[in-house]
Design a protein around this ligand. Structure first.
Ligand SMILES: [Zn+2]
Length: 402
């Protein structure tokens, strides 16, 4: 039996190697795959035949070169399934249906009137057929649903262990949804999900070590180390916003004082700017952006201070983890160079080596795409945990990736 299991593992590893190569570099012929992976041509043919049988890979068009007809390349068929992503925000949900490369084919934002777990699961369940209708891909199979939310998530058990923003403890949200729909469901911290999407199909595609900074309602920084998302011992890695900014300072949502995000998250930037304006007015992110363009001194100073504060803290993180690049996302990135220039400046003053490049992500829908990436990551990593389905012992069991 040992031999059989070894063969299964070897096959799974070859499969992962080939799929990741096709993801990173695009279409390749079987001969090219064998040369690059150093697998035998027979092993490549075997894996490719398996993948074609499942509809994961298709043959592309053979191109004629100067030396005659080139061998037929194979490529991933990202249209063979639909992934659904839900990003839970403060009182809305961003919803997308994507192809398997997380390209959106339908997107809506819906209000979330209640944060009671069963109400949230009901809301998401009724939104699934709505999204599928909008996607207009009747032939495509629903590969699964990914949910991302801020918090400490046990991604293996797909449980929200703690979310300060939702005031949830040990909520099995994925199981609650899986009971209502008939496809696997994944749950992940929102910045981790965003980092997975960036690693698979975004700015981190060519990097094995990167930090993914998110500055929005909170501040966090996910780490991809040697090609794998680093979750820590308790799924609580990356809570960068709760590192100390000021001793005995402002109260944070976590209950402690002086956290970085209590000063420099986008929400804190807005609050501080409103205070500087004497309060009272209904001022939001669009007004802040207008004030920056008009070079309003208070706006420029507060946003610059946030950039510098985060930049200095980020240098500490970089000195410990040494990433190749830093991908920066979240609402604050839309504050542009008013935010990013001071951040880069403070950052480069404190890094031990020359600072790694900061790559801002300007894409729309990036966060909901992150949730959808939870579904597609399974194709590329046989070690990743399966989602939860509505079938199994006591009703809900994990659907292991094959
Ligand atoms: Zn905190």
């Amino acid at each position: 039996m040992k031999l059989k299991s070894d063969q299964t593992t070897a096959r799974a590893m070859n499969r992962r190697l080939i799929l990741n190569l096709l993801r990173q570099d695009g279409p390749k012929s079987r001969a090219e795959l064998a040369t690059i992976t150093q697998l035998s041509p027979a092993a490549v043919t075997f894996v490719v035949a398996d993948l074609m049988g499942e509809g994961v890979v298709i043959e592309g068009k053979a191109v004629s070169g100067s030396t005659g007809r080139r061998p037929t390349p194979v490529q991933i068929d990202y249209d063979h399934g639909v992934a659904i992503g839900f990003k839970l925000m403060a009182d809305t949900v961003e919803c997308v249906a994507t192809d398997l490369a997380t390209n959106p084919i339908a997107a809506i934002r819906i209000p979330m009137p209640s944060k009671a777990p069963d109400d949230v699961a009901d809301l998401l369940a009724v939104t699934v057929p709505r999204l599928i209708g909008l996607a207009e891909r009747p032939q495509a199979k629903i590969a699964g649903i990914g949910i991302s939310m801020p918090g400490v998530i046990n991604h293996e058990q797909t449980i929200c262990v703690r979310s300060h923003r939702f005031n949830w403890d040990n909520v099995p949200l994925a199981s609650l949804l899986a009971r209502r729909v008939n496809v696997p469901v994944w749950l992940e911290d929102d910045t981790n999900a965003y980092a997975i999407a960036q690693q698979l199909f975004g700015l981190g595609r060519q990097h094995r070590n990167m930090a993914v900074l998110a500055v929005g309602v909170g501040i966090s920084c996910a780490l991809v180390i040697e090609g794998k998302l680093y979750r820590g011992a308790n799924g609580a890695a990356g809570k960068f916003g709760h590192t100390l900014f000021e001793e005995n300072g402002r109260l944070c949502e976590c209950g402690k004082r002086g956290c970085l995000m209590a000063y420099h998250s986008e929400a804190s930037i807005l609050r501080r700017w409103k205070e500087a304006r004497g309060g009272g007015e209904d001022l939001g992110a669009p007004e802040l952006r207008q004030a920056l363009v008009a070079e309003d001194p208070a706006a420029v100073a507060i946003v610059g201070e946030a950039g510098r504060g985060i930049g200095t803290a980020l240098a500490n993180l970089v000195n410990v983890t040494d990433p190749e690049v830093i991908v920066a996302g979240g609402e604050a990135v839309s504050l542009g160079e008013y935010f990013l220039a001071p951040l880069r400046e403070a950052f480069s003053l404190r890094t031990f080596r020359s600072p790694p490049p900061i790559l801002p992500d300007w894409e729309d829908n990036s966060w909901a795409r992150g949730a959808a990436a939870l579904v597609t990551q399974r194709m590329f990593d046989f070690e990743s945990s399966g989602g939860i389905t509505g079938i199994g012992e006591n009703g809900y069991g994990p659907a292991r990736a094959s």
